[in-house]
Design a protein around this ligand. Structure first.
Ligand code: GDP
Length: 236
């Protein structure tokens, strides 16, 4: 059955203690506040209001978990890098999201959303630098969506795509970059395909859907020194 028509909210967690117990493989979405993340989630699951879209960015500091049937979960990470967010909130963002990304053993893929009109903001570059150890260790599959691409002409879209790919290469990260729009649906089918692929061909270190408690080598990797660096380079 189609994964994306079965989305159901399961939990909002403001602290790692509140994360739901490990279950099926998780795919997380991250992006600057107001980048269009809630709209993208709603487009991916063909729902109008599964994830709330908000016009007051930077306020929600919870990680929201959704079940996609029994085979997968979608995880909405709080937005980052919004100038008006006070330092205390940024620190709590780093602890919450850093804790999730470095230790969540069932996390198999990450989707980073970047505004197609501004593909190289310092906050996004910082996020890529911060993610690099995780992705290089092949723990995570990565896709970068250039959002709101409906606002760009065809030529500007092509230029944004090239710039987005360059910035990913500059961070020495392997991943897909594509134009996306929740308004005209561009990229939606492609992202669903990536997600399906990540679930059916787990990365070397990722646990399979059949073993949600994860093999022990995976837990060791999550605690490896490379991953502890997370506190030194934080976006936001
Ligand atoms: P979030 O803060 O990242 O969850 O962003 P939202 O999904 O709440 O979107 C922020 C604003 O951008 C809202 O006003 C949306 O209507 C608008 N928006 C989101 N996605 C798109 C898109 O693909 N195209 C256009 N033109 N606007 C979008």
């Amino acid at each position: 059955m189609n994964l994306f028509v079965q989305a159901r909210f399961i939990a909002a967690a403001g602290r790692s203690d509140d994360f739901p117990p490990l279950g099926p493989p998780e795919i997380a979405l991250a992006g600057r506040s107001n980048v269009g993340k809630s709209s993208a989630i709603n487009a991916l699951v063909s729902r109008r209001r599964l994830a709330r879209t908000s016009k007051t960015p930077g306020r929600t500091q919870t990680i929201n978990f959704y079940d996609l049937g029994e085979r997968a979960r979608l995880v909405d990470l709080p937005g980052y890098g919004y100038a008006r967010v006070p330092r205390q909130l940024r620190d709590s963002w780093r602890d919450l999201v850093g804790g999730y990304l470095s230790a969540r053993r069932t996390l198999v893929g990450l989707i980073v959303l970047v505004d197609a009109r501004h593909p190289n903001t310092p906050a996004d570059a910082q996020l890529f630098a911060w993610l690099a150890p995780l992705v290089r260790a092949e723990r995570l599959r990565l896709a970068v969506l250039l959002t709101k691409s409906d606002k760009l002409s065809r030529a500007a879209g092509a230029a944004a795509l090239e710039a987005g790919r360059r910035s990913l290469r500059a961070s020495a990260l392997a991943g897909e970059t594509l134009l996306f729009s929740s308004v005209d649906g561009r990229g939606v089918a492609q992202v669903r395909e990536f997600m399906e692929g990540w679930l059916t061909v787990p990365s070397t270190a990722a646990p399979s859907a059949e073993s949600p408690t994860a093999p022990s080598h995976y837990a060791k990797e999550a605690a490896a020194p490379g991953h502890r660096r997370r506190n030194k380079r934080t976006p936001g």
